[in-house]
Ligand binder design. Sequence first.
Ligand code: SF4
Length: 457
Amino acid sequence: MNKRPSFNTANTYQPSSTQMQITNDMSICQADYPLDWYQEEFIPYAEEYQALPNRKLTTVLAWMTPYVQKAKNHFGDQLLLLAHYYMGGDIVRLIEQFGGQIGDSYQLALMAANHPEKSVIVESAVHFMAESIAILANNTQQVYITNPKSGCSMEILAKDFMVEPAFLDLNARYGAENVLPICYMNTSGRVKAMTGAQGGAVCTSSNVQKIVRWAQSKKKKILFIPDQHMGENVAYWLGINNLAYWPGGTAGAQYSLRNQDEKTLEKFDQSEMILFSSHCAVHTVYDATMCDYWHNKGYTTIVHPECRNEVIRTAQHAGSTAFIWDYVTHDRANTQRYAIATENHMVENLKQHCIKFGISVVNLAEAPSLSASKGTGCGCATMSRNDPPHLVALLDLLRQGKALSYNQVKAGDVVNEFTGRRSRLGKQDQDWVIHHAKQALANMINITENRLILDKM
Ligand code: SF4
């Protein structure tokens, strides 16, 4: 096994607090789940939640606060509460109220490493994000997800067994030394480890151009996993024209170069970048006509790099969740009007936050498009499975000393998103995943911070 990389995260940026304002007329835009959707020991908490008179933000927070306060009193400074920007306003507000952190997937991944004193880390976000935290955690830090059924649909279509045939076939045809994998943060620890073991790097939506430029400088074929659209967008930004496609999902697991015709093989042979073709259902609802509509109304358009290429080409700006939050809250375009193409809880939280600054925020999908009537945008339904009863129950049961193995996340875990049950690797394989996934993450950090220099192109 290679030498373990040292993680110097001191220079990486810290998440900004959303400091969301709360008003009693804000409602929770999420339906209650049936009781049998909760793990058994969480059901009493879900029953209490469902008996609340309404879903107003202040009502929900008044119910959650005593539970969280008791957990906070019990664990003291050892407890770290985390949530992604895409969580609903109630969870975001509560976590801010108790000194927790809101971040995007990159910011969340560094939380255990940046806070080695926190031994109980509770995350409200999707599973690969919790796993990324666990990969960088030390032995004394325990990482929990409030609902393990909260999977990312992009990651679900790029499981290790779906991606592995691409590694095997491309390595066999071109030689492993000529294929450089780059995987997006939205992948499991196993896929990150496969990437790191072959010298590749993780990327995020904010550093993807820098990471792919580094990969280009290596003069190898780039295998980009798992987002086809982000791959097409970075190819557009960097002028990469020769692309080939490996299908995503179970089709990816069954695809083989041996079964392809000459024309397809020629395409692979000539390609500079091969895109593993998963996608995000939330970010692909947008089309270019929506951008035109808001431009005509004087709005500045900002879209996430997981959107389709026609949207990226038409919008004025593209960037990560943290970029969008920063750009809009500081009114960096000086237009005071922004149309945003990203996950709708994030847009709603931003919308509420910006009212006091006189900045108008709409979801890009709130425009009549050629294909659909006026829409509202799309929330990340799987992330929303981390609802208030899940957070309350997890914290209260941990405080009581209950072992919640169903919710505890370790590197290399694979979760069945229907049942929430996880399969865990043996110690040796788990160590392999941690070691090589850390390599891929360390490569990303070193490239981003200019510690891995681009070879001459
Ligand atoms: S918004 Fe899309 S990419 Fe992001 S976590 Fe949800 S399903 Fe995954």
